[in-house]
Design a binder for this molecule. Sequence first.
Ligand SMILES: [Zn+2]
Length: 297
Amino acid sequence: MKLPVVNHQDYVAKINDDNKFPIRKFGELANYLINQKIVDRFYKPNYCSEKTLSRAHSLEYIASIKKKTIDTKSQKKIGFPINDSVVNRSFRATGGTVLASKLAIDHRIACNTAGGSHHATYNEGAGYCVFNDVAVATRYLQSKGYVKNVLIVDLDVHQGNGTSDIFKNDKSVFTFSMHCKSNYPAKKNKGDLDVSLDDNIEDEEYLKKLKDNILLLNKEKYDFVFYVAGVDIHLNDRLGKLKISEDGIKRRDEMIINNFFEKNIPICGVLGGGYNKDFETLVRLHAILHKTCASVI
Ligand SMILES: [Zn+2]
């Protein structure tokens, strides 16, 4: 069977050319997945409804994005101009993670080609994140009665501070973040399990730490796993301060996917960050998630 993967052309929002965010990667990743025959066709998401969004965000914040009335300071904190294209993208990509999570329930495993907007909190966006798609999809699955206990594994180089903030009083959702101590955000939030890594650590140390923590996670029971597979841990990333190789990322993804897939826990993979100095490398690194998931299904 082919891995269900979600993509939409709206993911490539129009932002200024001088914006440092590599927005083209969402389109190029889709092309790469088709060319490499990892995917035959994409599932197309709807816009996420306001009702679904409101399970993880305030109505005021959702309206400020939809109506583009958000103030300049909050817009700066997000890092994207809140124009029509970015608004469409935000609703569409969140709908994409919701769709991918439903596909994961049906097929055991599925991925979005965006998502992992883990810095967005209940009331505001930050760090290239408008809506916290994984938080929204978690609450969606719970509201439908599909799942009770959810684990969020966040291996982006940046801490999933928005996610742990949204779920801080929610015992049904376990947030695990393994990130670089000196990377954004300067002030870390407290999740259920946080592992702060020193700058410049390499594959073996990283993978050993990850393995130890997977063993800890395996002591609990979960109905569903979201995996934020950020590739900004790569040694050639513009923002990340770790020194993980391409092979290290591949081994990381295999470790996570195999662990939960073998336990028969549905898993939904989302992209997370990636700002590699080399664009082709960036696309290839993001595709490791889909390739690894496709290899187990
Ligand atoms: Zn990141």
